[in-house]
Write a protein that binds this ligand. Structure first.
Ligand code: ADP
Length: 264
């Protein structure tokens, strides 16, 4: 790999300086390569969540009697396909210009609206396991200055996990709270929980707790890495608390819109 191309610095003259430049360029290229791979992996993950929703929706269409619900489900399917379309376009773009689609598009918007939308879009998947998702805090009008699509993906990944790692008939509690300069979004499940010793690695790319045990859930260990990246992109952070056989709470803490300027 590129590491082999690194040249030892033997003098402190022009040659030494050139060598140092060469080495740091090699390092940069290597880092780009890593990022490129991880970006592609993120995109593939982004395709999986809407696919799962579409599958659930399409399956329940078969048993649907009422024309109204039928059309609502069809509408939901179209929305999910649109979402996949965006991801596929990003993938194509990425092939052309390697960093165009890592572009961040931040705007001011009411965070609760996005949470509500995202919770609704996961409902069909939750229904499959007869899991109910309760959302508290939907009335909050606080704004976030952020990238809507990236934040949507962050919430989707957490909800997807909460459903995936819960038993049937479970309850997932989503709570948005106003904490002075921050908004806190917590997603709590009553699932199998995560062993304490695993918590430090949880947000690492490709990390999965007990690979054999989770084989049937078919994840890739990227979801939480995306969650952490998106939180950091918004000067936020993610906390996790978990107890085996009891459940897990992930809490996203994001600064409200405008807080940055006020604290300067
Ligand atoms: P995956 O695609 O494997 O779900 P994630 O990065 O989303 O990847 O999660 C990493 C690992 O953390 C998962 O494999 C799972 O073992 C564990 N995990 C994530 N969320 C939960 C949860 N809500 N309850 C229990 N375990 C979880």
């Amino acid at each position: 790999g590129l590491l082999d191309t690194r040249v030892p610095i033997k003098s402190h003259d022009e040659i030494g300086a050139l060598t140092q430049n060469f080495n740091s360029m090699a390092e940069q290229l290597e880092k780009n390569d890593e990022n490129r791979l991880s970006f592609l992996a993120d995109l593939s993950h982004d395709l999986k969540t809407p696919l799962a929703s579409i599958k659930a929706l399409a399956e329940s269409l078969g048993d649907e009697e009422s024309k109204e619900t039928y059309q609502e489900f069809l509408g939901d399917i179209v929305t999910e396909i649109d979402r996949m379309n965006i991801t596929v376009s990003r993938l194509l773009e990425f092939n052309k210009v390697s960093n165009i689609s890592t572009k961040v598009n931040k705007k001011d918007f009411i965070f609760a609206f996005l949470v509500n939308e995202t919770v609704n879009s996961m409902q069909p998947l939750a229904d499959k396991k007869n899991i109910s998702i309760n959302f508290k805090g939907g009335q909050l009008k606080e704004k976030i200055f952020g990238d809507r699509e990236k934040l949507r993906q962050m919430i989707l990944n957490l909800l997807d996990n909460a459903i995936k790692y819960s038993e049937e008939n479970g309850v997932v509690e989503v709570r948005l709270t106003d904490k002075r300069r921050e908004l806190h979004l917590s997603i709590k499940d009553c699932g199998k929980g995560i062993p304490t010793k695993e918590l430090p690695y949880l947000f690492d790319r490709f990390y999965r707790v007990d690979k054999a045990r989770h084989k049937e859930t078919g994840g890739t260990g990227i979801g939480l890495a995306i969650v952490k990246d998106v939180a950091q992109l918004h000067e936020g952070r993610v906390d996790v608390e978990s107890r085996l056989e009891t459940g897990t709470i992930f809490t996203i803490k994001l600064p409200k819109q405008g807080t940055w300027f006020k604290t300067l």
